[in-house]
Design a protein around this ligand. Structure first.
Ligand SMILES: [Zn+2]
Length: 386
């Protein structure tokens, strides 16, 4: 309509102090995934800030004990054309109290420490801050934009996944605020993941007087551990990790119960599916022992398609205008909600959050110097993507 393009994202002043204070405020509201009340305190905070930025809010009550899911849409975002979906999670892996004892919130030089700072309160904050500043300066996005903050990503988004997929199908691009990797790199591909639980039930017996009558569930599970671990094939990009075993009731009892839990990662969906079939149809070695296998693929792999690499190139060009040169990391084993959106065929760029170190660790921190250039890149993506 003859409007001159205002390149607000390139010229707006961004203040590191504002970013730091925002991240500290969000990190101070501790929000472990399994504590719905705590997560909802964080949702309250997000809601407040969404309202000040004029976003239209949709708060979906959590089910099955999860916190709420909150979406903020720019006014007019319900219009028909496909837009930008920003996906963040506001839960963390850290229990309440970590900010006081485990990893006190503090600044040491360029490092801002605190539970969930890196994964991913900072990323969640800078994306929103970039949008807020754009609006404050009278700018707007070319495309409809929706911010979606998920309450249980660290648990695999069992509740949110259907909403994530649904929103992704309405989007032209998905931007994910997970932490940057390996020195500020973004993520264009991720392995898929699967989880399984195998429960064996044998027959208990006195190990002294009736050993021959017993059927050991532990012995059964032990054989499967060796089989499953041996399926790991690094060249094929497939790994299996039996991370948990439980079983037995006493050293003088042939064990009736034993269970294992296994986490699997894979580069190709076909491999994930092949092993899913294999695991779900596992037969017991001992015909007198029963096996029950549950689980399956949690997140399909995110593959670096041409569309994803194209989106990356745009982000990179934007970053280069302001002293940042975004690169992408080679495939990462960790999954995220980006796997779910990419599986819907929507170009997804992940790892656009803050640079830092120590996700899920007690020395978790972000680099303060990474906040402003990344917020700037966010602002450009939000203003310019079309
Ligand atoms: Zn995360």
């Amino acid at each position: 309509m003859g409007l001159v393009l205002n390149d607000i994202a390139a010229t707006t002043e961004l203040k590191t102090d504002d970013l730091v204070n925002g991240v500290i405020e969000w990190a101070s509201i501790e929000s472990p995934s399994l504590d719905a009340n705590a997560v909802n305190r964080m949702v309250d905070q997000v809601k407040l800030e969404f309202e000040t930025a004029g976003l239209e809010i949709e708060r979906t009550p959590g089910e099955d004990g999860w916190g709420d899911l909150i979406r903020g849409r720019a006014p007019g975002s319900m219009r028909a054309n496909k837009g930008i979906l920003v996906v963040s999670h506001i839960d963390t892996v850290h229990p309440i109290g970590t900010k006081e004892t485990g990893n006190p919130i503090r600044i040491e030089g360029d490092k801002l420490y605190g539970p969930g700072t890196y994964d991913m309160k900072a990323g969640a904050y800078i994306a929103f801050y970039a949008y807020k500043r754009l609006i404050e300066e009278g700018g707007e996005s070319k495309l409809p934009i929706t911010f979606m903050y998920v309450p249980e990503e660290e648990r695999g988004s069992p509740y949110s996944r259907k909403f994530i997929a649904e929103e992704a199908r309405k989007a032209k691009y998905v931007l994910v605020t997970e932490p940057a990797r390996d020195g500020g790199k973004v993520v264009v591909e991720r392995k898929g993941s699967a989880r399984y639980k195998i429960v064996a039930e044998g027959r208990p017996a006195h190990s002294g007087s009736k050993h021959e009558y017993g059927r050991s569930a532990i012995k059964e599970i032990a054989k499967h551990i060796c089989d499953i671990e041996a399926w790991t094939d690094y060249d094929r990009g497939v790994t299996f990790n039996v991370g948990v075993i439980t079983g037995g009731s006493g050293v003088n009892v042939v064990p009736q119960h034993c269970a294992l839990e296994v986490d699997s990662r894979f580069v190709r969906l076909g491999d994930g599916q092949e092993f899913e079939t294999k695991l779900l149809s596992l037969a017991p070695y001992d015909p007198d022992v029963t096996l029950k296998v549950t689980g399956g693929i949690m997140r399909p792999p995110m593959e670096a398609t041409d569309a994803i690499l194209g989106l990356f190139e745009r982000a990179r060009a934007y970053s280069q205008e302001h002293d940042l040169d975004l690169e992408y990391t080679s495939r990462t084993g960790g999954g995220s909600d980006g796997n779910l959106t990419a599986a819907e065929g929507v170009p997804t760029l992940d790892g656009l959050g803050a640079d830092g170190y120590g996700a899920h660790q007690l020395d978790e921190h972000i680099y303060i110097s990474s906040l402003k250039p990344r917020a700037r890149t966010w602002m450009k993506l939000i203003e310019r993507l079309d």
